[in-house]
Design a protein around this ligand. Structure first.
Ligand code: CRA
Length: 829
């Protein structure tokens, strides 16, 4: 069919695939063709959304040629692929990044203009895919960006949630969640392949049988199934022609509805099965680091890994591939415990379906997985009740038991007589209920286990998995997180990019260590002045956005003090609030002269998990304080609190470049890494922070003079908790703190209603699980130091520039190189 004659007359059909011409004229032709034939409208009648969709599809055309060719060469070369397994990808808007990767921006801007269209209007039309909660999901997005830029073959696997992270609104200062219908205006970046759907089984029972060779075996007799439909997304590298794939799975019913029941008139019953099946990929669980052990969540996890393993084995490898060699072709990275059910699934594929010997299959499996842990909170370590597993995945539970038996046999051999140790290390626990500890399963199965910052990896070894790190010291390693400089500097901060480019050239975008070349310019008054101009321009840009987006007016000339991250008690937004309250209280009580106060605007951005009571109370308190301060003529020229709703990647891209001060104030030993901290430092904010997560490494790199440290260290925290901590006693003994809390409790911010703040106040006084009161004094002293430093703009900018020059380490390109060298043993093409 595709012989030489055909090829001569139809070159496009046999390849190589050719992209449309990189010229204004070529672009306009392609755009109008897409608008007419893809979207089905005339330019004269096209809405902004029509134009946006057609533009996105057109830009996708430019990427598609490299994408298709790259996939072909990868399969032909038979190289090792990184299979990133993640339940979350917090991608952010796609258009800007695609224009950057292809170098098409100027062409598109000019071409659209000739059609009477403004590029920024179309960019604003894009709804970001919010398929993640926070740091973990955004990290996955940064990692796949870096792998594409490093020219490393990677397939990102995940779930195509129909509804991503909820849209946050405030009603009377309280969080109200709205569904995130991100697909409702079309989704031009995805390529669905219903023909390549994969069947995923659930439920039923298992049985023993004797196979053709007379060998007794076990098999799974599932009772229901769904289809997984792959939706492919392009992941373009920066200016290198590489386009990798992100493959997200959408659940579909195997049969749409029961015609018999429909004909009998019961419509709802007829579509029940469909609704049930499609629920699996309906919505992202909005819990960040504190998963609820719900059955639907386990269904989601198994659904996407079952699809992904089958997809890779059956569609990415040759039909006759010997699966004993699987580790040469794939390394599956487990992004936290969410995809860990992939371990027994691979065993099931190898042993039950491909009839591989158990020990051989286990040897293969142990080389195909590596595990990243992202937390230190005990409540965030996933545990699945065996009862739930037995009902949903009975064969997987048997396999887990068998893995555990083999593992515990090893442990007992290595530590004869130490039965307590065997119990502690058991993958299956009996307390408080019989359940599978997914982090243990991942550690036993994984070739490597890593934490996400030095301190976190150390605590992981010493406190979370001590028995395992003693048994397998070489298995444990650290890879400090990173962020992509493409999105978070080059795209988000064009004002700064221009200044950097003029000063040291453009190479830093793919080689972030070269920011070090800025170091001498920290001593140059002219450069510092230009740096301040950049900040001022970014603040102005933010002010415009916040007025339009939220009706928030940012005062001019204030220090911009920003705390943006999920709302969690361990992150201590309430301690930040106490600092604001304390300053405010001192002004209105006359304890300090207003003329000595550094004018500050405090910006918060934070979503609370819908079921997280105390987090929601904190949101209410911040909003109440914001409203009261806005109305108080005595202070509103000095202190403002801005809390724009629905913090997301798009807002982060505007907020972070405008910030002067970055708040990284978690209780030491609780924040695994943080990645916002890196984005702020790289955009020239100073950090006020505890010795926690990656803050430790930021401070080491920028130097003590350029970082405002406060608070207890992790060992001090452990010590205080061991001695017994009494927050009420701290309150009684610190007059500043007492006055701040009393003011909060007084009804001053709630029109006299004292009860409204009660939950938060009571928790601070009598629980304070994360020691906010204990660190308060140290925190406000550090904030006084901030004021002092900020009073000298030139000295402040010098420190800020040094922050930029010394934090190139936090590029996710560097993180990826470390994974490649030490964990994946995979290479660039
Ligand atoms: N919530 C950590 O808490 C870390 C990211 C990415 C988190 C952050 O400190 O920067 O992961 N943990 O490594 C998590 O999701 C399940 O645990 C996070 O995003």
């Amino acid at each position: 069919r595709f012989g030489p004659e055909f090829a001569a007359t139809h070159p496009l059909a046999v390849g190589p695939v050719v992209s449309p011409p990189h010229s204004v004229d070529g672009f306009v032709k392609e755009f109008l063709r897409e608008l007419n034939f893809g979207t089905g409208v005339l330019l004269s009648r096209a809405t902004v959304n029509d134009q946006y969709v057609a533009l996105a599809r057109t830009v996708a055309h430019y990427l598609a040629a490299r994408w298709l060719e790259g996939g072909r060469t990868r399969r032909e070369a038979g190289v090792k692929v990184v299979g990133y397994l993640s339940a979350e990808y917090l991608l952010g808007r796609q258009l800007g990044n695609a224009l950057l990767a292809t170098g098409l921006r100027d062409i598109v801007e000019e071409g659209l203009e000739s059609c009477g269209i403004n590029l920024s209007t179309l960019r604003a039309q894009e709804v970001e895919p919010g398929l993640g909660n926070g740091g973990l999901g955004r990290l996955a997005a940064c990692f796949i960006d870096s792998l594409a830029t490093l020219n490393v073959p990677c397939i990102g696997y995940g779930i195509r949630y129909e509804y991503g992270i909820f849209r946050q609104t405030f009603v009377d200062g309280r969080q109200v969640e709205q569904p995130d219908a991100w697909l409702s205006l079309g989704s031009p970046w995805e390529f669905p392949h219903p023909e390549a759907a994969v069947q995923v089984d659930f439920g039923g029972t298992t049985e023993e049988y004797v196979d053709e060779d007379g060998t007794p075996r076990r098999r799974w007799l599932p009772s229901w199934n769904v289809l997984g439909v792959p939706y492919n997304y392009m992941v373009p590298g920066y200016h290198n022609g590489r386009v990798n794939t992100l493959r997200l799975w959408s659940a579909q019913a195997t049969k749409a509805f029961d015609l018999q029941i429909f004909n009998s008139g019961d419509y709802a019953e007829a579509v029940r099965a469909q609704t049930f099946a499609e629920n699996i990929s309906k919505v992202l669980y909005p819990e960040d680091s504190t998963p609820q052990g719900r059955e639907l969540r386990l269904q989601q996890q198994y659904f996407f890994v079952a699809c992904s393993l089958r997809d890779f084995i059956e569609r990415e490898l040759p039909a006759d591939f010997d699966l004993h060699d699987l580790p040469e072709r794939i390394i599956f990275q487990l992004n936290d415990t969410h995809p860990v059910i992939a371990v027994p699934e691979l065993m099931r594929l190898l042993v039950d379906e491909r009839k591989m010997d158990w020990d051989e299959a286990w040897a293969v499996t142990q080389k195909c997985f590596a595990y990243t842990c992202h937390t230190l909170l005990p409540e965030a370590l996933e545990v699945w009740p065996t009862e739930m597993l037995a009902k949903l995945l009975p064969r997987h539970l048997e396999i887990i038991y068998q893995i555990n038996d083999g593992f515990l046999r090893e442990v007992r051999e290595a530590f004869p007589g130490d039965e307590m140790r065997a119990r502690r290390m058991s993958i299956v626990t009996d307390y408080p209920e019989r359940a599978v500890r997914m982090a243990y399963l991942a550690t036993v199965a994984g070739a490597k286990v890593n934490g996400v910052a030095e301190l976190h990896s150390q605590l992981l070894r010493d406190k979370v998995l001590p028995d395992f790190s003693e048994y397998w010291p070489e298995k444990f390693t650290n890879v400090t997180n990173g962020v992509t400089p493409r999105r978070f500097i080059r795209l988000a901060n064009w004002n700064f990019t221009r200044l950097i480019n003029e000063t040291i050239g453009t190479g830093w975008v793919t080689d972030l260590d070269r920011l070090a070349e800025l170091e001498p310019y920290a001593e140059d008054p002219e450069f510092r002045a230009r740096f301040r101009q950049v900040k001022a321009a970014n603040k102005e840009r933010l002010a415009k956005l916040l007025v339009a987006r939220d009706g928030i007016v940012l005062p001019e000339g204030h220090l911009l003090d920003v705390m943006v991250k999920r709302l969690h008690e361990y992150k201590r937004q309430s301690m930040k609030l106490l600092h604001i309250l304390s300053t405010y209280e001192q002004i209105i009580s006359g304890a300090i002269d207003p003329a000595t106060v550094t004018p500050r605007t405090f910006v918060f951005g934070a979503k609370a998990a819908p079921g997280y009571k105390m987090a929601k109370e904190t949101i209410f308190a911040i909003n109440a304080v914001a409203a009261t301060l806005a109305a108080d003529e005595r202070t509103n020229h000095l202190l403002t609190v801005a809390f724009p709703a629905n913090y997301n990647v798009t807002l982060a891209e505007k907020l972070i470049p405008a910030a002067d001060l970055s708040e990284q104030i978690s209780l030491a030993g609780k924040e695994a890494s943080g990645t916002g901290n890196m984005k702020f430092a790289l955009n020239g904010a100073l950090t006020i922070g505890t010795d926690d997560g990656a803050n430790v490494e930021i401070r080491e790199l920028v130097g003590d003079d350029n970082f405002i440290l406060f608070g207890m260290s992790e060992p001090e925290v452990a010590d205080l908790q061991a001695r017994g901590y009494n927050p009420a006693a701290v309150y009684e003994s610190n007059p500043l703190l007492k006055r701040a809390i009393d003011l909060l409790a007084s009804g001053h911010f709630t029109e006299g209603n004292r009860d409204a703040m009660n939950p938060l106040v009571m928790d601070l006084l009598y629980n304070d699980r994360f020691l906010a009161l204990a660190d308060f004094q140290s925190y406000i002293e550090a904030q006084a130091k901030v004021d002092e430093l900020y009073a000298d703009p030139d000295a402040w900018s010098r420190k800020a520039i040094l922050n930029v020059a010394r934090t190139g380490f936090f590029s996710s390109d560097r993180s990826m190189r470390e994974y490649l060298d030490r964990i994946w043993h995979a290479k660039a093409l």
